[in-house]
Design a protein around this ligand. Structure first.
Ligand SMILES: C[S@@+](CC[C@H](N)C(=O)[O-])C[C@H]1O[C@@H](n2cnc3c(N)ncnc32)[C@H](O)[C@@H]1O
Length: 288
């Protein structure tokens, strides 16, 4: 695995889909979600969306893309729509858009969030995930991982807390290519918390690989879906909820949502979204 320092220093044209996939799949956030993403993940879905825009079934002037990770799929969505003549303004949000590379010891770096929670360690030319994987228990590697977490993790948290800027470098986790587009804005946002500034702003919202039952409880998912409901333009807008399975097949549902509690399935991709029932339940309920 390439070190975090090396990956984060790559220019956008040097970042291959494989390198991006390997790097982001190794990042597990404090809330238990992963930053896994890779280029070309939704090419066939984007083609279908273009057709749906062309036929007038959906409108994509104002898009909210939730949980964008590196943002490369946000860029691909924008480009796919633009190449068909549809100009969109996109707000791409994520819980973590930047992180910190902390110089913990000579030759050792920790990539951490703003609280010092570890995402990766670079130990000389090696790179290591902080989280224990199942095979660690067979090989006893978990002892080493725990020791690294205790020693380097502890130092990283102390350095971050002391705001010792000479040993801390802020790094962008979102591709710089996104910032080149005036029509795409990246915002740090927690979808579990209502954001007043998004109210009634978007006629198309995409939540790809975020609204997973493995990530959130049904109650948390309901909170998220009610937030999304408030962010949709009235009287009608669309919501796309997708999940990529291990074989890279995408399963998702495109919903047509109306202000008066109307919610119908416009299109199913693969087997449909695993949270289709929750979306229908929340969208059909009147907001108090
Ligand atoms: C598996 S990645 C999906 C990335 C991209 N949408 C894709 O499908 O390739 C999940 C993303 O959701 C973000 N995320 C997790 N919890 C979140 C929350 N509460 N609010 C906003 N984003 C969140 C993570 O930081 C991560 O970047």
């Amino acid at each position: 695995m390439i070190t975090a320092k090396k990956f984060l220093a790559l220019s956008p044209d040097q970042v291959t889909s494989e390198a991006e996939k390997e790097f982001f799949a190794s990042l597990k956030l404090r809330n238990g979600t992963y930053k896994t993403t890779f280029q070309g993940r939704f090419s066939e879905i984007n083609r279908e969306l273009r057709q749906l825009v062309g036929s007038g079934d959906i409108t994509v002037d104002h898009i909210l893309d939730i949980g964008i990770s590196s943002g490369s799929n946000t860029l691909e969505l924008y480009s796919a729509l633009e190449s068909a003549g549809h100009k969109s303004r996109i707000i791409g949000t994520d819980l973590m858009t930047e992180a910190y590379l902390v110089d913990v010891l000579p030759g050792c770096l920790a990539l951490v969030d703003s609280t010092g929670y570890p995402l990766r360690y670079d130990i000389f030319k090696w790179s290591m995930k902080p989280w224990v994987v199942r095979s660690d228990y067979r090989t006893c590697f978990f002892i080493f991982r725990k020791l690294i977490n205790i020693s380097l993790g502890y130092r990283a948290r102390k350095i971050i807390a002391a705001a010792n800027s000479t040993r801390v470098q802020k790094v962008e986790l979102v591709t710089p290519m996104l910032r080149k587009h005036a029509s795409i804005i990246v915002k740090k946002d927690d979808i579990t918390r209502y954001n007043r500034t998004f109210d009634g702003k978007f006629n198309f919202i995409r939540a790809a690989n975020v609204l997973n039952r493995g990530y959130f409880t049904d109650d948390d998912l309901r909170t998220i879906i009610y937030n999304i409901k408030r962010y949709l333009v009235k009287p009608a807008a669309s919501l796309l909820v997708m999940r990529t399975h291990e074989n890279n097949d995408n399963h998702g549902t495109l919903f047509d949502i109306e202000e008066d509690g109307g919610c119908r399935i416009l299109r199913r991709f693969g087997k449909g979204s695993e949270v289709e029932d929750l979306v229908l339940e929340c969208m059909r309920k009147k907001l108090s």
